[in-house]
Design a binder for this molecule. Structure first.
Ligand code: HMG
Length: 426
C-alpha cells in the first residue's frame, strides 16, 4: 500500500438522476399557511423534488449508475468496486449496491456494498473508492460510487420544505478529468449527537431543527480547524466552496462562519465583504440544490454537478473546498481541483435533462403521492407505476422487491417487472 494517495485520483465522470416531479415551495407554503418568502428567502429553496412511489432510491441509483458509465465511455466490465452511500436503505440486509450491480450489468468479479452515516455516507463511499484506486488493488479497474436518497419529513413540520431526493453517480479512477482530490491529511470531525435521525419504525426523519444547525456548524469548525492547522491553507485560496446543503441557506451560514473566522485571523484580502464573497464563490454551486431540496448523501455532489453545469462560470482548474456533514455526526473537509475540460461536462451530467423532464405537482397530488408511499412502505403494494422509461419499483412479491427494467427483462417482455431470478415476475 502506498503511504498516501497519488495526486491523480478522483472523479472521471458524474451523472445525476432525479425524481420526475416537483412541488413549488410557494405552493407548499400557501397550503401550510406560511409566508412563501420564508421558504424562498428564509431557507433559500425554490422547489423540492417529490419521488413517485415507483422512484425509490434503487431506481434513482440504477439510472445514475447507467448514466455515468455512458457519460464516462466506460464498459461495465471495467468496474471492480461499487459503493453506495445512502441513509434510505430499502432492506435491512440487501444493499442497494446489489441491485445497481445487476441494473448496470456489472461483472461478477466486483465488490459491492452500501455504507451509511446520514448525509456523510456519500463522502464515506467516495473515500473508500479513492483509497481503493490508490491502492492499485485492481489495476485498470474503476470504482462506481453512488449517493442516493429520499428526504422525507412529517407533513406540516418545519423540515417539510427541505424535502427532496435524487442520486449522483461518480466514476472514480486514476484519470480524474472532472475533479482530482488533493493529497492532504484527513480533516474530519465526529461526535455522537441527536440532531437528526430516522428510526427504523418510521418513514419520516425526526429532527431537532436549530440544534442540527448548531451541530453542523460545530463540525465545520472542527474540520476546518484541522485542515487549516495541518495544511496551512487559507479560506481565500479556494475559487469555490461547496457545503452540504440540506437547504441553500445552510451553505450561506457555513460560508459566513468560515468568513468570520478568516476575518478574525486577519487572512482576508482587504475590502473582502461576506455577501459578495458568498455570491462569487458559493452561490454558483447552489442552483440545483434550490431546485431539488435535500438529497442527503447526494446533496454535496449535486452542488458539484450544478457548478459544472453553470453556464455563467468557467470552473476549469478551479480549486474547490468541499464540506460534507452527516447528522449523528461525522463530517469532513476535502480539497480538490476541477479538471481542465470542465466546460465539456455542460449538458452531460444528466442534471439539466432530469430537471427538464420534471412535472409540477399540485399540493393535492403531492399529498396523494405521500399517502401512496406510506401505504407502500406498510404493505408493499404499488397501485400504478408512474415512471414511463427505465427501471421502476413495482411493489413486492413474496416479500421480494420487484423492479421493471427494460435492460434486464427477457426479450419481448419489456414492460414486465423483474422477479426472483431477475427475469419477468409475471
Ligand atoms: P423553522 O423553525 O421553520 O424556521 O426551521 P426558522 O423560524 O428558523 O426560519 C428559518 C429562516 O427563515 C430564518 O432565517 C428566518 O428568519 C427566516 P435565519 O434566521 O436562519 O437566517 N424567515 C423568513 N424569511 C423571509 N420572510 C419570512 C420569514 N420567516 C422566517 N416571512 C429548519 C428551519 C432548518 C430548522 C427546519 O427547516 C428543519 O428542521 N429542517 C431539517 C433539518 C435540517 O435541515 N438541518 C440542517 C443541519 S443538519 C444537516 O444538514 C443534516 C441533514 O441533511 C441530515 C443528514 O445528515 O442525513 C438534515
Amino acid at each position: 500500500m502506498p503511504d498516501a494517495r497519488p495526486t491523480d485520483v478522483g472523479i472521471e465522470a458524474l451523472f445525476v438522476d432525479l425524481p420526475r416531479q416537483f412541488l413549488d415551495l410557494g405552493t407548499l407554503a400557501r397550503a401550510n399557511g406560511v409566508d412563501p418568502e420564508k421558504y424562498y428567502f428564509g431557507l433559500g429553496g425554490r422547489r423540492m423534488a417529490v419521488p413517485a412511489p415507483d422512484e425509490d432510491p434503487v431506481v434513482l441509483a440504477s439510472n445514475a449508475a447507467r448514466g455515468v458509465l455512458a457519460a464516462g465511455g466506460v464498459a461495465p466490465t471495467r468496474v471492480g468496486l461499487v459503493v453506495v452511500g445512502t441513509e434510505s436503505a430499502v432492506d435491512g440486509s440487501k444493499p442497494i449496491a446489489a441491485w445497481v450491480h445487476r441494473a448496470a450489468d456489472l461483472p461478477s468479479d466486483c465488490r459491492v456494498f452500501d455504507v451509511q452515516h446520514a448525509c456523510y455516507g456519500g463522502t464515506a463511499a467516495l473515500g473508500i473508492a479513492l483509497d481503493w484506486i490508490a491502492s492499485r488493488a485492481r489495476p485498470g479497474r474503476k470504482a462506481l460510487v453512488i449517493a442516493t436518497d429520499v428526504a422525507r419529513y412529517e407533513i406540516g413540520s418545519p423540515g417539510e420544505p427541505t424535502q427532496g431526493g435524487g442520486a449522483v453517480a461518480l466514476l472514480v479512477g486514476d484519470e480524474p478529468r472532472v475533479v482530482r482530490f488533493e493529497d492532504h491529511p484527513e480533516a474530519v470531525h465526529a461526535e455522537e449527537v441527536a440532531d437528526f435521525w430516522r428510526p427504523t419504525y418510521r418513514s419520516t426523519a425526526v429532527v431537532d431543527g436549530s440544534y442540527s444547525l448548531e451541530c453542523y456548524l460545530r463540525a465545520l469548525d472542527g474540520c476546518w480547524g484541522r485542515f487549516r492547522r495541518d495544511t496551512g491553507r487559507r479560506f481565500s485560496e479556494f475559487e469555490h466552496l461547496l457545503f452540504h446543503a440540506p437547504f441553500p441557506k445552510m451553505a450561506f451560514k457555513a460560508h459566513r462562519r468560515l468568513f468570520e473566522a478568516a476575518a478574525r485571523a486577519g487572512e482576508l484580502p482587504s475590502g473582502a465583504e461576506p455577501g459578495a464573497d458568498f455570491e462569487r464563490r458559493v452561490l454558483p454551486t447552489l442552483w440545483a440544490n434550490a431546485e431539488v431540496g435535500n438529497a442527503y448523501t447526494a446533496s454535496l455532489y449535486l452542488s458539484l454537478a450544478g457548478l459544472l453545469e453553470n453556464d455563467a462560470v468557467d470552473a476549469a482548474g478551479a480549486r474547490l473546498g468541499l464540506f460534507a456533514y452527516g447528522s449523528g455526526s461525522c463530517a469532513e473537509f476535502l480539497a480538490a481541483r476541477v479538471g481542465d475540460d470542465a466546460a465539456a461536462w455542460r449538458g452531460r451530467t444528466g442534471l439539466r435533462q432530469a430537471l427538464r423532464e420534471r412535472r409540477e405537482l399540485s399540493h393535492a397530488e403531492y399529498l396523494q403521492f405521500r399517502a401512496h408511499g406510506e401505504e407502500l412502505s406498510r404493505n408493499g403494494t404499488l397501485r400504478v407505476p408512474t415512471r414511463s422509461t427505465g427501471p421502476a419499483f413495482c411493489g413486492t412479491w413474496e416479500h421480494r422487491r420487484v423492479y421493471r427494467d427494460e435492460a434486464l427483462a427477457v426479450p419481448g417482455s419489456s414492460s414486465q417487472p423483474l422477479g426472483r431470478d431477475g427475469r419477468s415476475a409475471r
